[in-house]
Design a binder for this molecule. Structure first.
Ligand code: C2O
Ligand code: CU
Ligand code: CU
Length: 529
């Protein structure tokens, strides 16, 4: 019966939802969508001013060890997204999206993540255990936000981040097993920027011209609360597009270049950006930081969890002009009236700051991952993204299999220092799977035998594996221990398209990595509850 039910979604979202409702285990009646707010009550596009998340400040800096200490409380909050209604959310320090961390390469970070969420989700009833992942960081296994290394309400965990990697846009988000999608939709996501001497010295936009764009989508009930409908474990889609938590905002820009760090923090929605003016977006950075060379494109596809740093030159427009960022949706997303629009830029006539207003032809020529050659690979592995017996799997494996093995089973076991080619294949025409490999940066060798698209010709940690696509990635595995591989459609990840690999010691060494479950969280002292 269970298998049959899980397979029913093939009938189509509506048929399946109607049939499965009485059997649904975790989602309440609100998942049917019957309580969805009328679209006439939704805010109109381009009516709300743009805003950027706050910057998180360390509460202590230790100069001897070069460590910044942060403390973050995961806690409930509300926001007025629908005019006149309050939406209950969960935020890092009660902010949605959470505050941005800024760090220099070589500076260590200790981040205490305190879970003071309620004992139960207000609508769905599950216990909001959390696990915080700093996506883009080669953290040790016990600080990587391993899905099953959970922190329950009333507990905290100190995460340690090395910040050894080159400048990039990272993000921290929840990774708690089976409820990542709901926890992230509730608001547990934020950016984290690292810089290095090369990035700081380039004449590309910095400071107030270096702007985070966290894009997500959400759907609402008539009381303003979030509507959770995972379409029979296939995906969650909203009819409202949010940028930094605001619906279709408008940003005032001066006549110069801006750099946007675009993070697709949607649960399941992918985008295809362009400007309504037809002018190019110049991609300068990918998940793992600056590209070797800038890539001007008139549009590009952006899967969940990917980060693209993009320069837009507003000097091309007269004062008073409105430029719109649009979304020509890639296949297999659910679209609504205004999901083809994202945000608008209004060109204003203030004094133009001439500093850092250039995109040089060479950005980062010597990033080791971009210099890797396929000949260096010591082996090739295959990863098939498939739906099997009603479950999302990788090579037929799901996180349930990993858990059943006591978290010891691994799908791949490169040795520390090995270069490998991974062939990731999606045979289906009905789904796309942005696939994320923890720990490493990789470069895309090819897609269906053709070169990587221009916008992905930089260091990556998530790759869009579209319908009927086979992608080959190349990476050097450095580190030790067990790390996750999963689809970043968080509904797929939760329903169980996640497995793991282990980086083994090099030949001659016996020193295995620490277990991701080696450092459990701590209960909060009574006084802090
Ligand atoms: Cu951004 Cu394993 O996640
Ligand atoms: Cu990650
Ligand atoms: Cu997927």
């Amino acid at each position: 019966m269970l298998l049959a039910r899980r397979d029913m979604f093939k009938l189509g979202a509506f048929g399946a939802a109607a049939v499965m409702l009485p059997l649904e285990r975790t989602l309440g009646a609100s998942s049917s969508g019957s309580n969805r707010i009328k679209s006439s009550r939704l805010p109109g596009p381009f009516t709300v001013p743009f805003a950027i998340p706050s910057i998180l400040r360390p509460y202590r800096q230790d100069e001897t060890s070069g460590t910044d200490y942060y403390r973050v409380y995961m806690q409930p909050t509300t926001a007025e997204i629908i005019p006149g209604l309050r939406t209950p959310l969960w935020g890092y320090n009660g902010e949605v999206p959470g505050p941005t961390v800024k760090v220099r390469q070589g500076r260590k970070v200790v981040m205490r993540q305190v879970n003071i969420l309620p004992a139960r989700h207000p609508v769905l009833g599950y216990t909001p255990w959390t696990s915080v992942h700093l996506h883009g960081s080669p953290s040790l296994p016990q600080y990587d936000g391993y899905a099953s290394d959970v922190t329950n309400p009333g507990q905290y965990k100190d995460y340690r981040y090395p910040n050894t990697q080159t400048a990039r846009t990272l993000w921290y988000h929840d990774h708690g097993v089976h409820h990542t999608a709901e926890n992230v939709l509730m608001g547990l996501a934020a950016q984290y920027h690292s810089t290095d001497p090369n990035e700081a010295a380039l004449p590309i936009p910095h400071g107030r011209f270096d702007v985070p764009l966290i894009v997500s989508d959400a759907m609402f009930n008539s009381d303003g609360s979030l509507l959770f409908d995972n379409h029979s474990e296939s995906g969650m889609y909203g009819d409202v597009i949010l940028v930094n938590g605001r619906p279709w905002p408008v940003m005032k820009v001066s006549r110069r270049k801006y750099r946007f760090r675009i993070l697709n923090a949607s649960i399941s929605r992918s985008y295809n950006w362009s400007l309504d003016s037809g002018e190019p977006l110049t991609v300068i950075g990918t998940d793992g930081g600056l590209m070797p060379h800038p890539q001007p494109v008139t549009s590009f596809r952006h899967g969940m969890a990917e980060r693209y740093e993009v320069v837009i030159d507003f000097a091309k427009y007269p004062v008073g002009r409105r430029v719109t960022l649009t979304n020509a949706s890639p296949p297999n997303n659910i679209g609504y009236d205004n999901t083809d629009k994202v945000m608008a830029f209004d060109v204003v006539g203030d004094d133009v700051d001439p500093a850092d207003n250039v995109v040089p032809d060479v950005l980062m020529p010597d990033n080791p991952v971009m210099l890797l050659r396929p000949q260096e690979a010591v082996r090739t592995r295959k990863f098939d993204l498939v739906r099997q017996h009603g479950k999302w799997t990788i090579n037929g494996t799901s996180w349930a299999d990993i858990a059943a093995s006591g978290f010891t089973r691994v799908e791949a076991d490169p040795r520390d220092g090995d270069v490998e080619i991974w062939t990731i294949r999606n045979d289906s025409g009905g789904w796309f799977h942005p696939t994320h490999v923890h720990l490493i940066d990789f470069r895309i060798l090819d897609r269906n035998g053709a070169p990587a698209m221009p916008h992905e010709q930089g260091p990556k940690d998530v790759v869009y594996v579209g319908e009927k696509e086979t992608v080959r990635i190349l990476a050097r595995f450095e580190g030790r221990g067990r790390y996750m591989i999963h689809c970043h459609n968080l509904v797929h990840e939760d329903h169980d398209m996640m497995t793991q690999f282990e980086v083994l010691p090099p030949v001659g060494s016996q020193v295995r990595g620490e277990s991701p479950l080696d450092e459990p969280c701590t209960a909060l002292p009574e006084a802090e509850l």
